[in-house]
Ligand binder design. Structure first.
Ligand code: SAM
Ligand code: SF4
Length: 488
């Protein structure tokens, strides 16, 4: 029997086959000193419009652009790419925190072991079922389970939690895609969680800047091993978890360095395995219980720079989903959706056991009382229905689709599908059927009315083909029967 409880110190003989030396600080810093060159920037923008991924020196050149006119052209290109590659769909999900015991001591996190204010808890199986039921009651179909790094949360535990989530039924609903955000595992650990049916494996490097990483993660803790963490997406891919999510925690090191590193990481995976990351996240540090922000935010990222970094990532990795979480306030999320972001969480609670069966007006009060159980404070605490309504009013199609993962369109196969046209032909119909399910089963009257209007407008855009007839039939079936989960 392999050692499945691999939560002790990392075994550095178990790294991936592809090496961890792709973050070259001196080279990246030299690239970031370049002066903007208008001719080169024009060529790079043209390349991006052609949906070609950028090399890191090209990303660095975009990062050097500092005049308002060029920055606006970058935003405009990002808007165009977003429309061309992703259409107007926005995928919705909810985070699901299972346990906040942690043996690490990350300076920025409310769950770190030295934080005595934190109330520690791991959900029991019954509590997990209750939480999932409440997620389903809201209308969610996709969740990302989040764990501290602890001896209790080894791969066997994580795999069992994933299976439990899939087993819960509420009315006509079940969770259709479970992603995980968990500390690095060994190959064997990844194989176990993959066998349990995870969608994406997400892990954030936090910072790619080694000296900053060392300051934030005290020596002697498992997380202090930079290389073990940097290598973890590669090990996950080698073990069959081919949808991986990368991320950096913005505010720790220079934001331009982190963007360059995320692109380098993405290109490294693409070169080594023929598949880039499925998603990239770029959380900014939020206030957290027991955390003194001025001690950890050494490089504050202003809103204008935050939006710039999202647009530059959009241009650099055109086929990678970009996620902006409820850490950000609603106003920033709204702007970010326009030029790059394709996934958002909504109605989120990040305290352990935070999804309660309560009505909407109570949600904010519960949120305030929950700080000691949270990892950090959220910036957008609107309920799911309110977020769906705003998306509809802003001309988006909120999507609860989970089809690709379930039909084996993951990793390299997903990349091949994610060519222009596919997303519009498969994803838009799937988005519309899942939206219809939400409207019939969960929406408030105002959201239902707005949603039916958007549905009609979207259907009118389809040409009269057999696909459209089938789509119309499916929407009717959802309206008039208990048929659900119809996907291409
Ligand atoms: N323990 C796992 C690990 O370290 O990978 C799960 C991570 S944690 C529960 C999820 C992510 O939240 C972290 O990787 C970090 O980037 C982010 N995070 C931690 N503290 C934060 C804060 N104060 N504000 C915003 N994000 C934070
Ligand atoms: Fe633990 Fe993860 Fe928080 Fe670090 S970020 S203290 S590893 S939960």
């Amino acid at each position: 029997m392999p050692n499945t409880n691999d939560i002790n110190l990392p075994d550095m003989s178990q790294l991936s086959a592809c090496g961890v030396d792709f973050i070259d600080e001196l080279y990246f810093e030299s690239l970031l000193k370049q002066k903007p060159d208008a001719g080169k920037i024009n060529e790079i923008i043209a390349k991006s419009k052609n949906k070609e991924p950028l090399k890191i020196d090209e990303t660095a050149m975009l990062l050097s652009a500092d005049d308002p006119e060029t920055i606006e052209r970058i935003f405009e290109t990002a808007r165009q790419l977003k429309r061309d590659v992703y259409g107007n769909r926005i995928v919705l999900f909810a985070p699901f925190y299972v346990g906040n015991y942690c043996m690490n001591d990350c300076a920025y996190c409310g769950f770190r072991r030295s934080n005595r204010e934190s109330i520690r808890k791991t959900l029991t199986v019954d509590e997990l079922h209750e939480q999932v039921t409440n997620l389903l009651r809201m209308g969610h179909k996709r969740t990302i389970m989040v764990f501290g790094e602890h001896i209790n949360y080894g791969p066997v535990f994580i795999a069992n939690c994933v299976k439990e989530v899939y087993s819960v039924r509420f009315g006509l609903d079940s969770i259709r895609r479970v992603n995980i955000n968990a500390a690095p595992l060994s190959h064997e650990g990844y194989r176990l969680v993959k066998a349990a049916g995870i969608g994406t494996y997400q892990v954030f490097q936090e910072t790619y800047h080694r000296p900053t990483y060392a300051r934030m993660h005290p020596a002697g803790t498992r997380k202090s091993n930079f290389a073990w963490r940097l290598d973890s997406p590669a090990r996950a891919i080698e073990s069959g978890c081919d949808d991986v999510g990368l991320g950096a925690l913005f505010g720790l090191a220079n934001w331009k360095f982190e963007v360059l590193s995320l692109v380098a990481h993405s290109n490294h995976l693409m070169k080594s395995y023929g598949v880039g990351p499925h998603t990239i996240s770029f959380p900014r540090i939020r206030p957290a219980s027991g955390v003194t922000l001025r001690e950890v935010i050494e490089n504050n990222v202003a809103d204008a720079d935050f939006l710039r970094l999202i647009a530059i990532l959009r241009l650099s990795v055109p086929y990678t989903g970009l996620i902006v979480t409820a850490r950000e306030p609603a106003e920033i999320r709204k702007i970010a959706l326009g030029f790059g972001v394709s996934q958002v969480d909504a109605g989120s609670h990040i305290e352990i056991g935070g999804y309660e069966n309560i009505d909407k007006d109570e949600i904010k009060d519960v949120q305030v009382q929950a700080l000691e159980r949270e990892q950090f404070e959220l910036g957008d605490v609107r309920p799911l229905d309110e977020v769906v309504l705003q998306l509809l009013n802003d001309g988006y199609v909120p999507s609860f689709c989970t089809a690709c993962y379930r039909l084996g369109r993951t990793g390299k196969v997903f990349m091949e599908y994610a060519i222009p046209g596919f997303i519009q032909n498969m994803c838009t119909p799937n988005a519309l059927t899942t939206l219809k399910e939400y409207l019939v089963d969960h929406a408030s009257p105002a959201t239902r009315a707005a949603g039916e209007k958007v549905l009609k407008e979207e259907l009118d855009k389809f040409q009269d083909t057999p696909k459209k007839s089938e789509l119309l039939k499916r929407i009717e079936r959802i309206n008039n029967s208990n048929d659900r989960d119809l996907y291409w």
